[in-house]
Ligand binder design. Structure first.
Ligand code: BGC
Length: 751
């Protein structure tokens, strides 16, 4: 039976990519396996264990270099220059007994030198092609320096904006994260990893890391298997299907088991169910950290539990290096376990072509910040921007505006606009909004500049008078506020998501001018700034937009571009509402539209549960802004939602269509979103789930018919028996411009 299924899969694949490709791939794979066999046959136990060790930045560390010479290092990270990398590679290739090259890793997360918007910003584009392009640019730049492995994409589902690493994620939705993650993998790796200009991708952090208790980084998670399968696994599975060469385990323990030593996720799911054949690396010292977790008494036990669970390579700590030999001799770890791990690592090295081309040549032209790379980074920044508010069509600026006041700590902050996880982007190459407005629109408007505050956390208001004076002299104020880059990312969690320092006061001060205020928010997460947005006349949420953030924002302000980004995460009113995500299950007592508020509760009210529903007495039943939300300078209207049939078989499909009209005066792009709701299942079902999206460009006045093909299998989920399948029954199919859409039709799925 298994053989038959395999043949069917091969046949199916042949239909998609053609028989030549499949057979070429299969024989390449077979040749690699033979080479691995030969190599493994020659390796000593010490050399095998060496492949399983990754050392950080060993360029000046004599002991680490000696280990490389002895063939006891498989990988290095945190070396980023060609000369150093080639030098280390030479030690591995020419001075070790077997000449096995190193795999060189680095965190190339949203660009190498040319920095793209943070991944959360990239998610807001709802444009997987752009995400792929961004990863191509990053791979071309980084590989020219000798790097061949990046620790990206980060695929953690992030439902909690207190968690600083939400910045590195594609947000809260499993479908969006799956599409974007797969696109990023393809961009880094292309179709053939051995091609020039590629990086091996790493799907991280497996698993559940974004669900850290209270949003406090590294904390425990408690995700039951079914939720894991329905919400946290899909983005990783999509990355594995897209060919991700490696996977990184997460720091957290889930239900008491640290991911680094969890055989359920590393063996059963990753290998047996998803057939992953690359290698698994730990996160930074995470095997050793299992001692702090209280999961291993010492480094030796940490090595034992990790290796037997299926962790192939250890990042930085030396639990494997110093203990595996003894554990094998004691019979606690089998040699086949070691061989398997080494086989996985060597397979990726062969696929990367490292044995044939271990060294990196000096490129004939400078690969960094090319015009093409900068243009792509700018496009990504443009598409990532979400318009939250635009009273009286303040934006784009009209020609009546003669003087603009550019104010705020982030108007000219080259470092901060690049965002978190940037090691190689350079301030000097970063184009800020102030620079861009002056350069690109300086002949159209007079530009006044006052910082107001030196940085986001600044509480010194001594420069407020100058800022107010600039505002008074201007026709419009551009206020650049938000978070410094270091305020999101790893270990940068907050319990309060409001503006820091005196930024809100700066806004209030500028209000005294009576001039219209456009607030531009740069941030690594959803911020709870409802009051500030209410006070401003218009707001652009631009995340940390990267190297080309300035020109992108300038073009949006002046109307050369029209915003099209949509929120990849729910924006709560206040952090006490967290976790708040659109695809939640319903309660037995869902809140009505209008809920009771604290001020309406009579004094001395008696205890009752009659009529009670699920909401907060102070912040209500709704977040501030829903997932998928984003305005445009134009107005889009949705209508005429139709299904090609009111019912489908559980193996069938329907076409869902609607008319989209651009009712405004500008040409613009809208992200059309398709959601479903399963009315009743074998387990409780989310109130809505994203199943498709399309970016649609429409000229002013134009109407287009938009169609989605919805397959029954898109409705499948892990139900009461933990098996993925389609459950017949009634569904609602929604289309709209955000997850709050009410436009829907009923669909019946039959046996
Ligand atoms: C992070 C990983 C990163 C690794 C290497 C860790 O602290 O959690 O995401 O890839 O460091 O820099």
């Amino acid at each position: 039976m298994a053989k038959k299924i395999f043949s069917l899969i091969v046949f199916g694949l042949m239909l998609i990519v053609g028989p030549e490709t499949i057979f070429a791939q299969k024989s390449a794979d077979a040749a690699i396996e033979k080479k691995i066999d030969r190599l493994l046959g020659k390796m000593t136990l010490k050399e095998k264990i060496g492949q399983m060790y990754q050392v950080s930045g060993p360029t000046r560390d004599a002991a680490a270099m000696q280990l490389i010479r002895e063939g006891r290092v498989g990988s290095v990270l945190n070396v980023n220059n060609r000369e150093d990398i080639n030098r280390l590679q030479r030690l591995a290739v020419t001075e070790t007994r077997l000449g096995i090259p190193l795999i060189v890793g680095r965190d190339v997360i949203h660009g190498y030198h040319t920095i793209f918007p943070i991944p959360l910003g990239q998610a807001a584009t709802f444009d997987p092609e752009l995400v792929k392009e961004g990863a191509r640019v990053a791979a071309q730049e980084a590989s020219s320096d000798g790097i061949n492995w990046t620790f990206a994409p980060m695929l953690d589902i992030a439902r909690d904006a207190r968690w600083g690493r939400i910045a590195e994620s594609f947000g809260e939705d499993p479908f969006l994260a799956s599409v974007m993650g797969a696109a990023m993998v393809k961009g880094f790796q292309t179709e053939r990893l051995s091609d020039k200009g590629t990086l091996a991708a790493c799907a991280k952090h497996f698993i559940g890391y974004g669900a850290a208790e209270g949003g406090r980084d590294y904390n425990s998670t408690n995700i039951p298997e079914r939720l894991m399968r329905n919400v946290y696994f899909p983005s990783f599975q999509a990355a594995v299907q897209a060919g991700a060469a490696t996977v990184m385990t997460s720091f957290n323990d889930n239900d008491g088991v640290p991911s680094t030593a969890n055989p359920f996720i590393l063996k059963k799911v990753l290998r047996d169910e998803w057939h992953f054949d690359g290698f698994v690396v730990s996160d930074w010292t995470s095997p050793e950290e299992m001692i702090n977790h209280g999961f291993a008494a010492d480094r030796k036990e940490a090595a034992l539990r990790s290796v037997n669970a299926g962790l192939d390579m250890e990042m930085v700590s030396k639990c494997y290096l110093n203990n595996l030999e003894e554990l094998v001799k004691e019979g606690k770890v089998s040699i086949s376990t070691i061989d398997n791990a080494v086989r996985n690592i060597l397979r990726v090295k062969f696929r990367l072509g490292l044995f044939d081309h271990p060294y990196t040549d000096t490129p004939s032209t400078n690969p960094f910040y090319t015009d093409d790379n900068l243009a792509k980074a700018k496009k990504a920044a443009v598409e990532s921007v979400v318009l939250l508010k635009n009273t009286n069509h303040l934006l784009p600026l009209t020609s009546a505006v003669k003087t603009v006041a550019v104010i705020g700590p982030l108007a000219d902050a080259q470092h901060d606009q690049m965002g978190t996880w940037v090691f190689d982007g350079e301030n000097g190459h970063t184009q800020t909004p102030l620079m861009a407005i002056r350069k690109m629109y300086g002949d159209r408007v007079n530009v006044l500049y006052e910082q107001g505050l030196a940085f986001c956390r600044d509480t010194n208001k001594s420069r407020f008078p100058q800022a107010l004076e600039a505002a008074q002299k201007a026709d419009v104020v551009f206020l650049f506020v938000g978070e410094e880059s270091i305020m999101s990312g790893e270990a940068h969690s907050f319990s309060n998501l409001g503006f820091k320092g005196a930024q809100s006061e700066l806004l209030q001060e500028l209000k005294k001018s009576g001039k219209p205020i456009v607030m531009v928010v740069m941030a690594g997460r959803p911020m709870t700034i409802m009051k500030e947005v209410a006070a401003a006349d218009a707001t652009l949420y631009v995340w940390h937009p990267g190297t080309m953030g300035g020109p992108a924002i300038a073009d949006l302000l002046f109307g050369k571009e029209v915003p099209s980004g949509k929120l990849p995460a729910t924006f709560p009113k206040e952090s006490g509402q967290i976790p708040f995500f659109y695809n939640h299950n319903n309660t037995g007592r869902p809140a009505p539209e209008n809920v009771m508020t604290l001020d309406r509760i009579p004094l001395n009210a008696g205890q009752t549960s009659l009529g009670n529903t699920s909401y907060y007495l102070d912040s209500g039943n709704r977040p501030w802004l829903p997932f998928g939300f984003g305005l445009s300078y134009t107005d889009f209207a949705y209508g005429n939602l139709q299904l090609s049939s009111g019912s489908m078989k559980k193996t069938g499909y329907v076409t869902v269509s609607c008319d989209l009209t651009n009712n405004g005066t500008l040409d613009a792009t809208e992200v059309v979103q398709l959601y479903v709701r399963d009315i009743a299942g074998s387990i409780t079902r989310p109130v809505k789930e994203l199943k498709g999206f399309q970016r649609i460009a429409l000229r002013s006045g134009e109407t287009k018919k938009i169609s989605f093909e919805l397959k029954a299998e898109d409705l499948a989920f892990y139900g009461i028996d933990n098996v993925k399948k389609v459950e017949p029954g009634d569904f609602l199919i929604f289309i709209g411009g955000d997850s709050d859409t009410k436009l829907c039709q009923k669909l019946i799925v039959t046996e």
